[in-house]
Design a binder for this molecule. Structure first.
Ligand code: GDD
Ligand code: MN
Length: 380
């Protein structure tokens, strides 16, 4: 372990380090706004993994509550604690992937940072994988002996059950709890699968099983899901949409451009908003031009908001970057609208019907908007 720096003779950075090599286990903990849970979790892990060779890596997405500061403070005095801080990005799955990629351990375990997973089961999960009988050991609430009482309410239970049904239809192996975020696997298995992962959304276990290059052997170990004590759940309706997107992505083996489809769907909502506003204003006696301009502006604002919270949720703009993005979006959309009309007129002059002409205009407009939005506004 680290010898405390007495601050007398040795120059900075010359502390003696006696530990050699990576620990055998990396526990990856995605966390967002979990400042109050970091220290209790490290204490719990220290107890649960006593006698094993382990480290924990917290992957935080620049939480406003200073989660990473808690991690850093512990890391300064405990080499088993590491932190990865990501800036300008959000996402549970991608956080888990990056934490796992930072590991040099033989085994990787993944668990939530809010104490809802029972850390005393970690040893059993790792032993199951180490025994060689499976590629992934899953902490499961839906096998004999498991317990799911920690879900907040009936609504969460219904959502969870529906999601599980859907997930099971897609999986090549039988998994009672495919939505679990508590599991262990060998690092070499992870490394082989990582290049194929979608990384979208919050169902990293599903992603792993569906992306693995060969058949996956899973073993489920009964676990209890505790109620959350501090902080709050980040699961919302948009997260569910992301889950649907992940399933579609896997169903079509990555050939379906999910983000583009979401962008186009948002564009269609914009068209509907535009028409609705125009009609309401016309009925209220407004001039055609005023109604059209107002309708367009409101549609663009609605589209920007939807794209920011939905289509580009993982790259969401906040604060001052939000306003910059909105200005660029307004400019881009007006060029897009202008191109849309221009191209429709070209096709029309070419003798095409109204329908074909406006469809051509719309397609080129949405491709243009998408290309510029993806590269200039919501940059990867
Ligand atoms: N880095 C990062 N970025 N971490 C995140 C993000 C994010 O965008 N969103 C959530 N987390 C972290 C949380 O801080 C927590 O440690 C963990 O991921 C799970 O998030 P919760 O918001 O607590 O999720 P939950 O309790 O609703 O869901 C849990 O149960 C599900 C099954 O019902 C998770 O374990 C899921 O993985 C699990 O599938
Ligand atoms: Mn939770």
């Amino acid at each position: 372990d680290i010898v405390p720096d007495t601050g007398t003779s040795s120059p900075p950075g010359s502390q003696t380090e006696t530990r050699t090599g990576s620990p055998e286990i990396t526990v990856v903990v995605p966390c967002y706004r979990e400042a109050a849970n970091v220290r209790p979790l490290v204490d719990a892990l220290t107890k649960a993994l006593a006698g094993r060779s382990w480290e924990v890596v917290f992957v935080d997405d620049n939480s406003p509550d200073g989660t990473i500061d808690q991690v850093r403070a512990l890391a300064e005095i405990n080499w088993r604690v590491r932190g990865i801080s990501r800036i300008g990005r959000r996402g549970l799955s991608s956080a888990v992937i990056e934490g796992a990629l930072s590991s040099s351990a033989r085994y990787i375990a993944v668990m939530d940072g809010d104490l809802q997973h029972d850390e005393t089961q970690l040893g059993a999960l790792i032993d199951a994988v180490a025994g060689g009988g499976c590629d992934i050991a899953i902490g499961s609430r839906h096998v004999e002996g498991g317990d799911n009482s920690g879900l907040a309410n009936a609504w969460r239970h219904a959502l969870s059950d529906g999601g599980i049904r859907l997930a099971q239809m897609m999986l090549p192996v039988r998994v009672g709890d495919p939505m679990s975020g508590f599991f262990a696997l060998r690092r070499d298995f992870f490394a082989r699968t990582a290049p194929r992962l979608s990384g979208q959304g919050f169902k990293i276990l599903m992603d792993l099983i569906l992306s693995a290059p060969g058949p996956v052997r899973v073993e489920e170990i009964p676990c209890t899901f505790r109620p959350r004590v501090a902080g709050e759940s980040k699961l919302d309706v948009l997260v569910l949409l992301q889950f649907a997107a992940l399933m579609l992505d896997k169903l079509f083996r990555g050939w379906l451009p999910i983000r583009f489809l979401a962008f186009a769907a948002v564009g269609a909502v914009g068209v509907a908003v535009n028409l609705a506003v125009m009609n309401v204003m016309r009925l209220a006696g407004a001039e055609f031009e005023t109604a059209q301009a107002t309708g367009t502006l409101i549609a663009i604002l609605v589209n920007f908001w939807l794209d920011n919270t939905l289509t580009y949720r993982d790259r969401r703009l906040r604060g001052s970057r939000l306003y910059g993005g909105l200005i660029v979006f307004l400019l881009v959309s007006s060029v897009g609208a202008w191109a849309n009309i221009g191209i429709a007129q070209l096709f029309r002059a070419d003798g095409q019907g109204w329908g074909q002409a406006s469809a051509a205009g719309a397609v080129i407009g949405v491709v243009w908007n998408y290309a510029v939005s993806s590269t200039l506004i919501w940059r990867p």
